[in-house]
Design a protein around this ligand. Structure first.
Ligand code: 5AD
Ligand code: SF4
Length: 453
């Protein structure tokens, strides 16, 4: 039996897919590169913007045609759309399995059931604001994951937290990923040790608000800084990253201090601002002002002077005026991000913004603001990248680049620095999954080009 597993969305989904893939391999399944060669198609879905959901819907439309000629094909929708829409997804006639993020441990069983009983099946969390009854079996399932099937050699994600309770007014995550809970340090350490034994050199701790990590055991409360210190002691793990940080003072200095003092912790901080206008930040329910946000960046740079900072922004939030937008432009200029991810506001059903605020910024204005903010960021990225020219940087090699432009018969490789810069250089393919030093000779806003030292 062959499975084709396609993944949309964030790192959490990539991790869920890697765990599912690994469990299905253990159960004897093989993997195909496309739906045509597969007996089972699983789509791990994202609900964060409408566009991501529409792409899945159109895939499901195509799968319906494949199923007309191959009725035995099993199609499963997993992840955030599965939790958000539940059995409504059966309106897409191709769908046999609907499985939420908290139920992924059930997937091998659900596939077997559908194959035997030929009936559609759904597994999602009924009450998303309560601890999922599937939490314990998910935890056991997750702790077993040992880092096979990572999409980048020698690198793995490790979940530190589930869910989110922050309820930013635009965001669907609390409605699909449930309550914010931290995994125990024991489980995280045990899992990371297993990953290290299997050759993983870099782990990225995941949480929607990773800096809010908090776990009480007896008299001790563990925060992210404690976790970074404990993971630093694991032999074989050489780089530790964590995403995504939420702008808040709680534990912030401790975490920055840990980054400054622990050599394995990468000097990279992804800390979305979302907007530079205090009025919009308030409507987004973010709980900070742009001045408070910039102060956090100052603190980070005081404690870790060479830190690379990345941001996220939403343009065209309901009520965003030209003046609000120009405050966002100002914030981006002051923040001097290494890069920013910029999104056009997309109303999400069930969220507070969708219920209470009209999506009243016209599409063409959203596009224009998106484009303008990207240009402002591009100039900053260009200047920051140019500063690296002439320096030698250490990278963890991910593998051949898509372009694979050969020099002296050596393929073009891609690596990433500890500050998350992409470096492109030529070298032997067997460097994938290993560290290399690259002397940078030329840069563009998003990429460093150089030669293997
Ligand atoms: N519309 C547009 N962008 C969104 N994001 C989250 N929700 C929405 C939405 N409704 C963006 C935020 C977040 C990133 C992962 O996606 O910038 O940080
Ligand atoms: Fe969504 Fe806000 Fe939670 Fe991030 S912190 S996942 S934006 S609700």
């Amino acid at each position: 039996m062959k499975v084709f597993l396609q993944t949309f969305g964030c790192q959490m989904n990539k991790l869920d897919s890697a765990i599912v893939e690994s469990s299905l391999r253990d159960a004897g399944y093989q993997f195909a590169n496309n739906a045509k060669d597969a007996d089972v198609v699983l789509i791990n879905t994202c609900s964060v913007r409408d566009h991501a959901e529409q792409r899945v819907m159109s895939h499901l439309g195509n799968l319906k045609h494949i199923k007309e000629t191959r009725p035995d094909l099993v199609v499963g929708v997993i992840g955030c759309m599965a939790q958000r829409l539940g059995s409504e997804l059966f309106k897409q006639s191709a769908v046999d399995i609907v499985c939420g993020p908290a139920q992924i441990a059930e997937i091998p069983r659900l596939i077997a059931e559908v194959m035997q009983e030929k009936k559609k099946t759904v597994a999602v969390t009924e009450k998303i604001r309560q601890i999922s009854p599937d939490a314990q079996s998910l935890e056991r399932f997750e702790t077993e994951y040992s880092g096979d099937d990572t999409d980048i050699p020698a690198q793995a994600y490790v979940r530190a937290m589930h869910g989110c309770d922050k309820f930013c007014s635009y965001c669907v995550v609390p409605y699909v990923r449930g309550l914010e809970t931290s995994r125990s340090p024991e489980a995280i350490i045990e899992q990371t040790k297993r990953l290290a034994q299997n050759g993983i050199k870099q782990i990225t701790l995941l949480g929607q608000r990773i800096n809010a990590y908090e776990y009480k055991a007896g008299d001790k409360t563990y925060c992210l800084a404690d976790l970074l210190e404990m993971i630093s002691e694991i032999d074989g793990i050489e780089w530790i990253k964590f995403v995504t940080s939420y702008p808040s003072q709680k534990y912030y200095k401790e975490i920055m201090q840990a980054m400054a003092e622990l050599p394995k912790v990468c000097r990279y901080l992804h800390i979305p601002a979302q907007s530079g206008s205090d009025q919009i930040l308030k409507a987004m329910n973010r709980g900070y002002t742009s001045a408070e946000y910039l102060e956090l960046l100052d603190i980070a740079r005081q404690i870790v002077p060479d830190i690379a900072i990345a941001g996220d922004f939403i343009v065209g939030f309901p009520g965003e005026t030209d003046d609000d937008f120009s405050q966002t432009v100002d914030l981006v200029k002051k923040a001097r991000y290494k890069n920013s991810f910029i999104f056009k506001y997309s109303p999400r059903p069930g969220t507070i913004a969708d219920k209470r605020l009209e999506d009243n910024v016209p599409q063409e204005i959203k596009e224009r603001r998106n484009h303008e903010l990207l240009k402002v960021q591009e100039e900053i990225s260009r200047a920051l990248a140019a500063e690296v020219t002439g320096r030698t940087v250490k990278v963890l090699v991910e593998g051949p680049s898509k372009k694979s432009h050969q020099v002296d018969n050596l393929p073009q490789l891609i690596g990433r620095t500890s500050g998350d810069w992409i470096a492109v250089f030529n070298g032997p393919e067997n460097l994938a999954g290993r560290f290399a030093n690259v002397k940078i000779t030329r840069t563009t806003p998003l990429t460093l080009f150089g030669e293997l030292v």
